[in-house]
Design a protein. Structure first.
Length: 311
């Protein structure tokens, strides 16, 4: 059957029902979520089973489990539903002061604490009905960015991870080393020997998830003694306070780190490569007026962060 004929026979309400069923794994709970009667949702499930030639939900004792096909459909369904929602949210003209639009942005806790915080403050002043949903990314999200960005509005991440996607550079940062205030073994700067011998707290550390500073350390022939790996930039100082450990964080986080934990900044025996942070988006959003407004907001917030006025 030609694609256009197949699509013309599809009911968008079935996509909504499928998403609820895959999320709740229960007809009763899915019906409650959608404010429908149980027979009505059971009828939708029957149509979905006929369409896919699969039970979708398989009974196991007193509960239901998703079939292998349903598990594969889960991510696609959420993405498709979000994309459909965005299609029908689109407007010929858009007034941010009157809008109740939600923008979803992937990023790290570092990105949210710096530019995310400023973006939310600017939006609250100029478009009180607009709000932001900041979602923590992970290696899986970053590796699948071209697809994930179809259903969200952007991703804040430095250069070096994404390619072939539109972006705007928003601010630049530097890497600095930190040690505990109580660490008398380190003076004002780390030596190469200390970087090799002292225990480290590092961020991520996998084939596809790393920081440019950590990669640079290894490229210089220094094999750090990694004692802790934590998928959070804000948590690093807390794992260093009161220990002999070493870590590297963004300079924009230093005031927060010094207030939250007993750490101090020390010099590095090399010049770390600057971090160029950018906002990335999918080309499908390129000419949307609301996206253009959002990107301008990020650019303005980046200038504020760069000037250090956000601390």
């Amino acid at each position: 059957m030609p694609d256009h004929l197949l699509l013309s026979r599809l009911d968008l309400n079935l996509l909504v029902s499928l998403d609820a069923l895959l999320t709740e794994r229960s007809v009763t709970r899915a019906a409650e979520r959608l404010h429908l009667s149980q027979p009505a949702l059971s009828a939708s499930l029957a149509r979905l089973r006929t369409h896919f030639g699969d039970p979708i939900l398989a009974r196991r004792g007193n509960t239901y489990e998703l079939t292998p096909l349903a598990l594969r459909l889960a991510d696609h369904t959420t993405t498709a539903l979000e994309a459909a929602r965005r299609v029908f949210e689109s407007q010929a003209s858009w007034d941010p002061a009157e809008s109740v639009r939600e923008f979803s942005i992937y990023g790290s806790d570092y990105g949210f604490t710096t530019i995310g915080r400023v973006v939310s403050e600017l939006a609250a002043q100029r478009a009180p009905g607009v709000h932001f949903r900041f979602l923590l990314h992970n290696p899986t999200v970053v590796e699948d960015a071209a697809n994930r960005l179809r259903s969200v509005d952007g991703m804040v991440i430095p250069h070096g991870f994404l390619t072939d996607l539109p972006f705007v550079d928003v601010w630049q940062d530097e890497w600095v080393a930190i040690v505990a205030d109580s660490n008398d073994a380190v003076g004002d700067a780390l030596s190469r020997e200390q970087m090799s011998s002292l225990p480290w707290v590092m961020n991520y550390q996998s084939r596809s998830a790393f920081t440019s500073a950590e990669r640079q350390v290894q490229q210089l022939g220094i094999e750090p003694n990694v004692e802790v790996i934590v998928e959070s930039f804000l948590a690093i100082p807390h794992f260093i306070a009161g220990t002999q450990r070493v870590g590297i964080i963004h300079s924009a986080l230093v005031p927060l780190a010094e207030r939250a934990a007993g750490v101090r900044v020390v010099g590095l025996p090399f010049t770390p490569t600057p971090v160029v942070n950018a906002l990335w988006w999918h080309p499908v959003h390129g000419h949307d007026p609301e996206h253009e407004w959002m990107r301008a907001l990020f650019a303005e917030a980046g200038r504020i962060v760069q000037a250090g006025e956000h601390v």
